[in-house]
Design a binder for this molecule. Sequence first.
Ligand code: CTP
Length: 211
Amino acid sequence: MSLEGKHVLVTAGPTHEPIDPVRVIANRSSGRQGFAIAAAAAEAGARVTLIAGPVSLQTPTGVERIDVETAQQMADAVAAALPADVAVMVAAVADWRVEPSTTKLKKSEGPPQLKFAPNPDILADLASSPDRPQLVVGFAAETESVVENAIAKQVAKGADWIVANDVSGDVMGGAHNRVHLVTRDGVEHWPEMTKDDVARRLIERVSKELR
Ligand code: CTP
């Protein structure tokens, strides 16, 4: 078991940012890629903490799952789960939140003027924290200049690796993925494969890196 004795932290799924007691701002992330990575890490013998936004997926065998809704809750859950040896941040975190109305917004009052405030960048904060895991892996969902944007994100966020995800097709919600792995040594172009196979291959690379 290649990740025996290691603690792997994974974030997955979307976040939901409430605007009133019944409405949220969400995104189309299914959580499938993150859940597959958590499963693969557990299969490799790691202790796995999976911090999941709202998704309808079963918890993989041997994985400790913590459910959250908002980006702030996800950030708090990540901080509480440390220390970890590896962090793989797959969640599609909302970049902004609004101050939610405590009462339901009424149509009769006209279109609401939503005022946005920035959410914490969980990946960037983790990468610069004193508790930084040995290996910090981010994902980059891009529709154009996929590798260039991923390299820019690697630098901006202080991640060791970025898995660059071409989401110009039907990746979000689908079972397949085409990714490029950006490490500090260069870029690996992986062929299209299932999200389960991306997960297993990524976890193999992680094990090799920690050896
Ligand atoms: N991420 C995060 N916290 C945020 C936003 C993003 O941890 N508030 C992480 C994601 O989990 C992912 C990586 O950062 O690992 C890239 O997310 P992405 O949304 O592609 O990047 P952004 O910084 O939001 O850039 P943009 O939306 O402008 O492409």
